[in-house]
Design a protein around this ligand. Structure first.
Ligand code: APR
Ligand code: ZN
Ligand code: ZN
Length: 361
């Protein structure tokens, strides 16, 4: 039986979001209905509202979520009603070229539920990142549900669904940070702090956080940064070299997505070091580097999609580490809010006052 619930909808480009009644159909084959318990507010939700991701308004916002599976459609075997799950926007197909080459984190297929959630008048909603979770219930593809230990708080678990996972994975999966490494992280929002925490978990010996905002640098220290550089006040490339005996860091993670900070990352790494770009650039951005430096400095220049994560492998493992007290994910939750406070959370996010506001349902 289709159900009516409340959800946060972006109705038109640039317009304030509003709480609307939405209709959730029964799950079809391969789909699941999830009762959402918590959903973080991410920059991407704001980009949807501003028309930066597409014109398919109205959007049902929210995508960093955790909740309990309520019902499943035909053929669903991996999850069952009652399972506590974290939602992911990269359900892996198992059959495409990337999956078959053993690199499922680059899966080409998008396995989202069909767009069937609607406003009360029947207008079809476009769910953000194929999820749409600022709502009491949502319809997703069953592969977007990753079962984890239910003892974790939902507002903490949901963070693994997006930015925090991107940062953790940039350090752990893409950067391959290991014991004793020196690591620099440029840009310390939720993604950058995830990278700081990932580097700390991996046993990095030196973790240098770079940002232009002292508040962010203080938070980065709390996640494990051993040194901080305010790049408004000091040259970050020189600063990182000074802190690494003149060599540069083994791994430099760029968590902003801008040419000038990418260039800093490029020159702040040690010879044969690794640069990881996890910040997402815009289409107009260009990079100008001497090709001889690209050649001469060796090493690897990598990018990290969603932290190159594999939800079924990474989410349960990270939840377990958190429950053992080894991964303080709760520090990312700056505040918990109600469904009708998303607009206020966007403003706080833009002013840099929060790492994550999380809607509790
Ligand atoms: N130099 C250093 N730090 C900077 C600079 C700069 N030139 N410009 C911005 N910053 C800092 C900000 O002060 C902020 O702390 O970068 C941080 C960016 O953090 P957020 O805006 O909170 O963004 P976040 O959610 O962490 O995402 C970072 O990753 O997933 C992508 O789309 C996302 O591109 C974005 C990036
Ligand atoms: Zn997000
Ligand atoms: Zn695939």
């Amino acid at each position: 039986m289709a159900e009516q619930v409340n959800g946060v909808v972006a109705g038109a480009k640039g317009a304030r979001v509003s709480v609307e009644t939405i209709t959730i159909p029964d799950p079809g084959p391969g789909e699941a209905v999830v009762r959402v318990q918590a959903c973080g507010v991410c920059h991407t939700d704001l980009h949807y509202r501003e028309g930066g991701i597409g014109d398919d308004f109205p959007f049902l916002l929210g995508h960093e979520a955790a909740g309990v599976v309520e019902s499943v459609g035909d053929g669903v075997t991996d999850v069952a009603p009652g399972d506590f799950v974290v939602l992911n926007w990269r359900a892996v197909c198992g059959n495409c070229r990337a999956c078959l080459r053993g690199r499922p984190w680059y899966c080409f297929a998008t396995h989202n539920a069909q767009q069937k959630m609607t406003l009360a008048d029947g207008t079809v909603l476009s769910p953000a990142l194929g999820i749409g979770a600022f709502t009491e219930k949502t319809l997703v593809a069953a592969g977007q549900c990753t079962k984890v230990d239910p003892r974790i708080k939902p507002e903490v678990a949901g963070l693994l669904g997006c930015g925090v996972m991107a940062g953790l994975g940039a350090a752990l999966n893409t950067g391959g940070v290991s014991r004793g490494d020196s690591v620099a992280v440029i840009g310390c929002g939720g993604v950058g702090d995830g990278a700081v925490l990932g580097a700390s978990l991996a046993g990095a010996r030196k973790i240098i956080a770079v940002d232009i905002d002292d508040r962010k640098l203080a938070w980065a220290r709390d996640f494990g940064a051993t040194d901080v550089i305010n790049s408004r006040e000091a040259d970050p490339v020189e600063g990182i070299r000074d802190l690494t005996e003149g060599n540069g860091a083994d791994v430099v993670i760029e968590a902003i997505g801008r040419p000038e900070t990418y260039q800093q990352a490029f020159y702040a790494r040690d010879l044969a070091g690794t640069v990881v770009l996890v910040g997402v650039p815009t289409p107009d951005m260009r990079l100008d580097l001497p090709l001889l430096d690209v050649f001469g400095r060796g090493g690897s220049l990598k990018s990290s999609w969603y932290g190159d994560c594999l939800p079924s492998r990474d989410f349960p493992m990270l939840v377990d580490l958190h429950l053992q007290g080894r991964l303080p994910l709760e520090k990312f939750v700056s505040e918990t809010i109600a469904l009708d406070q998303v607009e206020g959370a966007f403003a706080k996010m833009e002013r840099g006052e929060v790492l994550r506001s999380v809607v509790l349902l």
